[in-house]
Write a protein that binds this ligand. Structure first.
Ligand SMILES: [Fe+2]
Ligand SMILES: [Fe+2]
Length: 312
């Protein structure tokens, strides 16, 4: 039995050589980590504590309007209110992603041996996502903010996608849903300007999501080598299309109306904002570097990624 450090060193070597890791070994390690670091948000977090006056619900630099002319005209109170509604909208989006992901995982394991570590880990990840979705829902209602569903068109697109997507397509979409939000959450949980409850929620999510990202990356890396050529090509194009859907769904325009702003004006300013573009591209960088490395960002797919605004 190798120690964790030896195993990590071997993984590093495999990465450097572009070799695939053993599926069962990856899953065994993720199962061991899940056994050690999993949280029950209902018990772990203080849901009774009232929100603290003057604290943000999302780091201001990550709020969509930050640094725009409209932002400069807003009072501090209105900016904080917008951060609260955007946090609720992102939590709603997170639940949408997680529910799609749960179905993708169920489909992924449907015809695989239930005794394999790979399937047992997928079931563990579904448990994680169930807790996360309940945690996000509780967070949204805690602040009296509304539930922010995605547009009807995206709702239908998601329904179709989670029913028919191919395996590499599923894992590409998973990473897109997880990595950009994860990048934002990594900036949120250590930020002392942010409400303690939001910091607690994002901390739990970051710890547990790290395993999900690992599982999806390893599987996608394998799929981009082993899947039939048509399926690899299909993944390139569909992933570019997901990126376009994702970048639109990432902002729910209703948040502006709900904090007393003009929806059209706000959307136009976000579109023009160089700061926002940089935030989104930086947030997606770790993912786009990885996708580039395993050959997803080529041809038409790459052009679609660029037009999504997530790839420079
Ligand atoms: Fe999650
Ligand atoms: Fe996840």
């Amino acid at each position: 039995m190798t120690t964790l450090t030896e195993a990590d060193a071997l993984d590093g070597l495999r990465d450097a050589l572009g070799l695939l890791k053993d599926r069962e070994q990856v899953a065994e390690r993720l199962l061991a980590s899940s056994a050690k670091h999993s949280f029950d948000p209902d018990k772990e977090l203080d849901w009774e504590a009232p929100f603290e006056e003057g604290k943000w619900f999302w780091p201001p630099e990550l709020v969509s309007l930050y640094d725009t002319p409209l932002w400069k005209r807003m009072s501090e109170e209105q900016r904080i209110l917008l951060s609260q509604h955007e946090a609720a909208a992102l939590a709603s989006l997170g639940i949408w992603f997680e529910i799609i992901l749960m179905q993708l995982l169920v489909r992924h394991i449907y015809d695989k041996s239930a005794t394999s570590a790979h399937v047992r880990y997928a079931l563990t990840e579904i448990e994680d996502e169930c807790r996360h979705s309940k945690m996000f829902a509780r967070l949204i209602s805690q602040g009296g903010t509304p539930w922010y569903p995605v547009s009807r068109a995206h709702q239908h697109l998601g329904r179709l996608f989670k029913t028919i997507s191919t395996t590499p397509g599923s894992f590409t979409a998973t990473l897109l849903g997880e990595e950009v939000l994860d990048w934002m959450q990594r900036l949120t949980f250590p930020d002392e300007r942010v409400q303690p409850l939001i910091r607690g929620v994002t901390r739990i999510h970051v710890v547990e999501e790290a395993r999900h990202v690992r599982y999806a990356r390893e599987e996608l890396r394998r799929q981009m080598v082993t899947a039939p050529r048509w399926s690899q090509e299909f993944t390139r194009v569909t992933s570019g299309e997901f990126a376009r859907v994702f970048s639109v769904a990432f902002i729910n325009p209703e948040v502006y109306t709900n904090v007393g702003l003009d929806k059209k004006e706000a959307m136009a300013q976000v579109k023009e904002s160089a700061h926002r573009r940089e935030v989104m591209q930086t947030g997606a960088k770790r993912l786009t570097d990885f996708l580039d490395d395993i050959g997803v960002l080529r041809g038409v797919g790459r052009r679609l990624w660029k037009s999504s605004g997530l790839l420079a």
